[in-house]
Write a protein that binds this ligand. Structure first.
Ligand code: ATP
Ligand code: MG
Length: 415
């Protein structure tokens, strides 16, 4: 029979890949905790409307990337393409809109039907944080500080730059959209086909185009700055002041619009030049309209998400799996003693394993293959005296140790 393959755009996470992944999640979870965030886990599939109503009909995600299907009961469901919509849905479903602020951290798989390439998969994983309730720019700055501290904890802050923009409030954006439509209509023939279609449906999206042809025209497009209302400008000024107070360096980039429709005011991305076209590692912004779009009361919020695969690729220091202790019984008669030693070591928190068969030589070969640090050799005669041989596989020395003293002795050798 043919060997079955993973579905295109999905990957198995084994060994070191999984350790990198777990390290990213563990670090993010710990630092989010220091910022007062609680972890939530929402379902990986939702009513399709959770996404279609909120992310924007014309966004890339809704228009072409969602894994949507009708389940056996006839319900339209979608594998979540991102985490924020589900968190807001959960906030409303659980009656938490009156218990604000909520500081929410999450980690888990997301699904988008995209062309797979390095750093871009159909099942990928994100960590994310949502600060729901506060409208103050200080909250935006604190959410960004959390992202920065996670990158710092992972040792990759230096490989990234924080790019920052404002998308203004609804009034600012309407005025800006008007200016963009005027500008792009004049140069329409020079735009890619896709962007010509965007001009009708969602002109802001042209700024996010990855086509070189569009980028040349985007360079001279009107900026939002000229369209900002006084209130939007205040938020923008306050945000930059607050970031300075948190000691966070940033670069203003008026071209950041973000891929989803629900953003207002703050938009930001931590970008790197080490991952080719997949340069955004962590991105987010303010989404004051999303909870209302989910059927809740109007609720301000700020959040971000980061791709775990992209963070993992930037990690220099990959955590090593701890080296095991090999328990080596010589002969069947000492098997009960060997199992006793294994259990005592594991209870003492020591990673340990035992081969199920083989003579002394075979078992020592197996210990080397597992990169064991220590071998505990149990012979008939020693076990009868309540003793075992402890061999240091790095230094080469061997020592007789009482069975009862093994866990403490091994722990001290492991340091
Ligand atoms: P891009 O412009 O690279 O498509 P995006 O704007 O669609 O990114 P977001 O929706 O903001 O991305 O998701 C936040 C982060 O999740 C991204 O910065 C990236 O690190 C990661 N991400 C998004 N899509 C994928 C994917 N298909 N595979 C791997 N990681 C992804
Ligand atoms: Mg995308």
């Amino acid at each position: 029979m043919d060997a079955l393959q993973p579905v295109r755009g999905t990957r198995d996470l084994l060994g070191e890949d999984h350790r990198r992944h777990a390290h990213v999640v563990g670090m993010a979870r710990r630092i989010a905790g220091l910022y007062g965030f609680d972890e939530w886990a929402t379902p990986i599939f939702e009513d399709t409307r959770v996404f279609s109503r909120t992310l924007g009909e014309t966004s890339d995600v809704v228009s072409k990337e969602m894994y949507s299907f009708t389940d056996r009961g006839g319900e339209p469901v979608t594998l979540r393409p991102e985490g924020t919509a589900g968190v807001c849905r959960a906030l409303v479903s659980n009656g938490l809109t009156q218990s604000l602020p909520q500081r929410v951290f999450y980690a888990g798989p997301m699904f988008r039907y995209e062309r797979p390439q390095k750093g871009r998969y159909r099942q990928f994983h994100q960590i994310g944080a949502e600060l729901i309730g506060p409208s103050e720019p200080l909250a935006d700055a604190e959410a960004i500080a959390l992202g920065r501290d996670i990158l710092r904890g992972l040792g990759i802050e230096g490989q990234t730059v924080l790019e920052l923009n404002t998308l203004g409030d609804a009034e600012s954006r309407d005025a800006w959209r008007h200016a963009l439509v005027g500008y792009f209509s004049d140069v329409r023939g020079g735009l890619s086909d896709e962007s010509q279609a965007r001009l009708e449906r969602n002109p802001l999206r042209i700024l996010d185009s990855k086509s070189d042809q569009d980028q040349a025209l985007v360079a001279d497009a009107p900026l939002i700055d000229a369209s900002l209302t006084a209130a939007a400008r205040d938020h923008w000024d306050e945000l930059r002041r607050a970031l300075n107070r948190f000691g966070i360096a940033f670069r203003e980039n008026p071209r950041i619009v973000r891929g989803l429709d629900y953003y207002s005011h703050t938009a930001f991305e931590f970008v790197t030049d080490r991952l080719g076209a997949q340069g955004t590692v962590l991105g987010g912004g303010r989404y004051d309209g999303l909870v209302a779009a989910m059927g809740g009361p109007s609720t301000p919020a700020i959040g971000w998400a980061a791709g775990i695969e992209r963070l993992s690729m930037l990690l220099d220091d990959v955590p090593e799996a701890p080296r095991p202790v090999a328990v080596v019984p010589v002969g069947e008669a000492v098997l009960p003693a060997a199992i006793g030693v294994l259990q005592a070591l594991r209870e003492a928190g020591v990673r340990s394993e035992m081969a199920y068969r083989g003579n002394l030589k075979r078992r020592m070969e197996r210990a080397n293959r597992t990169h064991a640090r220590i071998a505990i050799i149990l012979g008939d005669e020693e076990v009868a005296r309540g003793m075992a041989q402890v061999r240091d596989l790095d230094a080469g020395g061997q020592q007789e140790v009482a069975l009862a003293a093994l866990p403490a002795h091994v722990r001290s050798l492991l340091g």
